[in-house]
Design a binder for this molecule. Sequence first.
Ligand SMILES: [Fe+2]
Length: 317
Amino acid sequence: MTDRIHGLHHITLCTSTAQGDANFFVKVLGMTLIKRTLLYDGLEPVYHLYFSDPLGASANVTTSFPWRRTGRKARPGTGQFSMTSYSVPKGSLAFWRDHLTEHKVPIRRRYERFGQAVLQFEHPECGLAFEMVEDDTDLRRPYPSKYVPGQFAIRGFHSWTVTMQALGDMPAFMNEAWNFRKSGTDGAYTRYEVDNGGSGQTIDLLYQPEVGPGSWMYGEGMVHHGAFAVNSIEIQDRVKAEIEGLGFTDCSDRKDRTYFKSIYIRSPAGALFEAAVHVGFTVDEPEATLGTEFMISPQFHDRKEELLARLNDPILL
Ligand SMILES: [Fe+2]
């Protein structure tokens, strides 16, 4: 395992409603809601929900800010993470096509990328794109769920796609700053992998010169950032120093996100990259009841009851 960035950690989306996310990620995709808290930045309370395997292991965590209540919508486009892809066993796309259709999830297309069968679909509320990718080399345990049979269940992230209007410095950034190596091309896609590669350690760059830039600001229907795993604070410090040595002096200071400690950098493609040291989701509630209580974020610590009343947005599971 590399002593720098070694794989995908979590991805954070701006979606529509809390209940819509619970319906989609838990009741359709078969994830567990493991944490309900608030966005740690800014002055206005916005839910932050974490969906994953029951413990929130690295390369499993999809998080959401349900953004509709603010009224701001995002503009789709390049310069962003545009696709979150999950790994499922070979032969399971027929199940997913029927299952998604039954739950009124719009399906975009079925195709092959880098020789693997892919089913692409949309979040029913916010329109963000997701994929199931058949990968028979992924030996991670399936997400347990009463909604999805184990033989078809998600194993974790397969990959994320960054869509770009121009390649610019992004190939060099992936290689020198983020220690991923180019492993192939397929049409407009260029694949980058780290460590052993494969599911959980893959980023695809999608070149779309005809598509203008998407939103960087929070808004309903955008991916805000993708977070990658680093194993220790010491490694994170070294990654930051090395990135700054390449000229990226806009790398953020370390931020304490309770469940991980993070630095952020705007990649040359435009997509916001994070390098996160995993702390774990049992730091403030026990494993058996993860995700059942509302955890207040630090900047709102003294206002829990007022904010819960104001959000007035119960989540029914
Ligand atoms: Fe993050």
